[in-house]
Ligand binder design. Structure first.
Ligand SMILES: [Mg+2]
Length: 432
């Protein structure tokens, strides 16, 4: 049921709406619109100069209109007079094909042609650091193995409980919060849902955590690897596929409780993993989280090879129990909309051509990886991943205009990075 925003504004005392869209590099762009003007915005959308954002447009292009989705309305828990709305960029009277939220909706519609619906839950890890970004905010958080550290968690109770209270008020069904494996790192979990609902919440969660951290004179970062010696920020995603009320990944007679169709979907992810990395690990820094040397806690908790397992966190895909799997590839920089869209594209291909995921591995990949035999490795850097995406006919076909637009922006980023002279180069090359 679509919400009447003018009426919602009166009932909930909303004075302003933030009409927000997420661009290809994951930035949230918004206009702050007084509640009195929301009726017109619902008809025509909020206008933006597309070139001024990362949508791969030119200064000569006409206005982009961000069309608010009234069902996405979220009242800011820390500032309830503002209502946040996810919006879909339109131009020339139709959705902008490369815009990530439009992409996800298109992939969902494709799945719906076969009666299928992707449901997902995300685990967005983040650090609480000093406002200048230089250090962990909590100077006492120094354990070598700080995961689940009760005292460190409770020293940040004010921030964590305020975010969790927000999720409770919004009806997201949060169920646990913890200190993660790196000093200063936390994770907060809420219930899984339809992939678009989760993507909107994922986008909003990042904004909420950053805003509430700022309120408490801290900074929150989702950067994949902000500190070289510590575990990085993952964004593990739990995936299941539904036909109406039935989870079609579930089969109690299947190995680990997963159906043949579920294994085909996993086969599709494994088949496209190197190209998927370009989207799920979208920054130069992402590749310092995957393929990383051991951190001081003893493990990176991130994958380096394209393998799957049962309830074993050293592989790219973990099947913790029947009916779902956890993809551990993505990191904190991932675009909340492009991630499920790309997973759906790869997984639907797996179902369509019945891809075989190969043999499940039950070894500890961190210490016994050499026993795995011939397994595909993940790309070692962003450029390798971009090249894999470029040559993936499957992802180019199914993700349409998104891929060339994304590749163009990301190649610019890589070239910008490659022009930097680093300390490491001077240290190792001055005396050549
Ligand atoms: Mg975690």
């Amino acid at each position: 049921m679509t919400i009447d925003l003018a009426r919602a504004a009166k009932e909930k005392n909303i004075r302003y709406f933030l009409i927000s869209f997420t661009d290809l590099l994951g930035n949230q762009r918004a206009k702050l619109v007084p509640a009195e003007a929301i009726g017109q915005m619902m008809k025509s959308g909020a206008s933006f100069a597309g070139f001024a954002t990362w949508l791969d447009m030119t200064p000569a292009d006409p206005d982009v209109f961000a069309m608010p989705d009234p069902d996405s309305l979220i009242q800011l828990p820390w500032r309830p007079e503002v209502g946040w709305l996810a919006a879909d960029p339109w131009m020339h009277g139709k959705p902008v094909e490369q815009a990530p939220r439009n992409l996800l909706k298109r992939m969902q519609a494709k799945a719906a042609e076969s009666g299928l619906q992707l449901k997902s839950g995300v685990e967005c890890e983040f650090f609480l650091i000093s406002p200048d970004g230089a250090r962990i905010d909590d100077g006492a958080d120094r354990q070598a193995k700080p995961c689940y550290d009760q005292a460190a968690l409770m020293r940040r109770y004010d921030v964590i409980s305020e975010v969790c209270d927000g999720m409770l008020a919004l009806g997201w069904k949060p169920y646990q919060n913890d200190h993660e494996d790196a000093n200063g790192q936390f994770e907060m979990n809420w219930g899984y849902d339809d992939a678009l609902v989760t993507a909107d919440r994922h986008a909003f969660f990042k904004y909420m955590v950053k805003s509430i951290a700022e309120k408490h004179q801290m900074r929150a970062t989702f950067m994949p690897k902000p500190f070289a010696h510590l575990t990085g920020n993952g964004c593990h995603i739990h995936v299941s596929l539904w036909k109406g009320e039935r989870n079609v990944f579930e089969d109690e007679r299947g190995d680990l409780g997963v159906s043949a169709l579920g294994y085909n979907f996993i086969g599709g992810i494994i088949h496209s993993a190197d190209a998927l990395a370009a989207i799920l690990n979208p920054t130069v820094n992402s590749y310092k989280r995957i393929n990383a040397p051991r951190t001081i806690s003893g493990a990176t908790w991130s994958p380096s090879s394209v393998t799957y397992s049962g309830n074993n966190r050293t592989h790219m895909i973990r099947i913790p129990d029947g009916g779902r799997f956890e993809l551990r590839l993505a990191d904190g920089a991932v675009n909340p909309y492009s991630m499920p869209a790309a997973i759906l594209a790869a997984g639907l291909d797996g179902i369509q051509v019945k891809r075989d995921p190969g043999k499940r591995l039950d070894i500890n990949m961190y210490t016994e990886g050499h026993l795995a035999g011939e397994v595909k490795r993940l790309p070692l850097n962003l450029l390798d991943a971009l090249r894999a995406l470029q040559s993936s006919a499957l992802l180019n076909d199914s993700l349409g205009e998104y891929v060339p637009a994304y590749l163009k922006l990301k190649h610019q980023e890589w070239n910008d990075y490659a022009r930097h002279l680093t300390e490491w180069e001077r240290d190792t090359t001055l005396d050549c």
